[in-house]
Design a protein around this ligand. Structure first.
Ligand SMILES: O=P(O)(O)OC[C@H]1O[C@H](O)[C@H](O)[C@@H](O)[C@@H]1O
Length: 321
């Protein structure tokens, strides 16, 4: 069990006479947690991977892309939503401690614990009730299968917090070294943002920035132009935005702002779209679904974050609408 700083309140505390509260429900035989604000915004989180599989605005419009062939039964990492990458981004054959782990590590393929909701940080209004709700999830070695524990035998505790607000979604991770010696990790929030038409999308905030292009042979590092990024073919890049984490990365569609992403302690932004290669992915559907998504992934994936015994690291992102 992961230690947590703030104890959760009951799922749906009854407070007669108060403004309406966010509703939190555990469904699908205790395998999913959903939350709805009184104003209608909602999220759904699979305990498998603590993967956010749906995020809707007050009008019920879905903000995340989820493949219609995504496996939601805990047999495979989810293709869509926001899977979590930890403790390795991709694979790292040259990094002995993580070399044996599967692509993107074990966080997205392990079942997390739901630690509860907390309302302490919810801003409230007197008229239409809770304006946010925070759900906490925990992962520690006791939640891993034996194979993952063997491959990465370190004492760790993760607390992943998902805060649904009226204007956006905040996801943050606390990583703690619970052991006696140092270890290293990478972490990333692999957001599949839903768009209507990728040909109308441009991404700003990545201009004049160093990026690693994972599609060149060998992989190359270069500097992006001073114009916004558009996507017209398969793309897989790891940017270190020149403006730093607090400068927003903005996804615009047809000239209108769709998403604005700011980061805390996550220095890199991965931009990924498989384009027509999506047809060769068994869990990607529809085949032209790549036109309706762009992965903009906030992470700490260049080099390694080192945690000494007892140390804690924290990072996160805010995706605003
Ligand atoms: O297919 P997955 O293991 O889910 O990975 C999907 C993608 O994740 C990231 O965006 C990486 O940069 C890509 O190289 C990878 O293809």
């Amino acid at each position: 069990m992961v230690d947590r700083p703030k104890k959760p309140s009951a799922l749906n505390p009854i407070s007669p006479g108060l403004a309406p509260q966010a509703q939190v429900n555990i469904t699908h035989s205790n395998s999913r947690v959903s939350a709805v604000l009184p104003t209608g915004e909602s999220i759904e989180v699979l305990l498998y991977g603590a993967t956010i599989i749906s995020w809707k605005d007050a009008a019920g419009q879905e903000k995340l892309f989820l493949s219609s062939k995504a496996q939601l039964d805990g047999t495979k990492a989810v293709r869509g939503g926001i899977p979590l990458v930890f403790p390795v981004f991709g694979t790292a054959p040259d990094h002995a401690a993580t070399a044996a782990l599967p692509q993107h590590g074990f966080a997205r393929i392990s079942r997390w614990e739901f630690l509860g909701r907390s309302t302490s940080e919810s801003a409230r209004t007197t008229d239409d009730g809770d304006s946010s709700v925070k759900l906490d999830f925990g992962l520690s070695p006791s939640n891993l299968d034996e194979e993952s524990r063997k491959k990465w035998p370190y004492a760790f505790g993760l607390i992943y917090s998902v805060t649904l607000g009226r204007e956006g979604l905040t996801t943050s991770m606390v990583v703690r070294n619970e052991g006696e010696s140092a270890w290293e990790f990478q972490v990333l929030m692999h957001s599949y943002l839903r768009v209507d038409d990728i040909s109308q999308v441009s991404i700003s905030g990545l201009e004049s920035s160093s990026y690693v292009d994972k599609l060149t042979t060998p992989i190359s590092t270069t500097t992006s132009p001073s114009s916004a990024l558009t996507i017209g073919s398969k793309t897989d890049r790891v940017y270190t935005p020149a403006g730093g984490p607090s400068a927003p990365v903005v996804v615009t569609e047809g000239g209108a702002k769709k998403f604005s992403l700011v980061r805390d302690n996550l220095n890199e932004v991965v931009v990924w779209n498989p384009w027509t290669d999506a047809v060769s992915m068994s869990d990607f559907a529809p085949a032209d679904g790549y036109k309706n998504m762009i992965c903009v992934e906030a992470g700490a994936v260049k080099g390694w974050q080192k945690l000494e015994a007892g140390e804690t690291w924290e990072g996160g992102q805010i995706i605003s609408l």
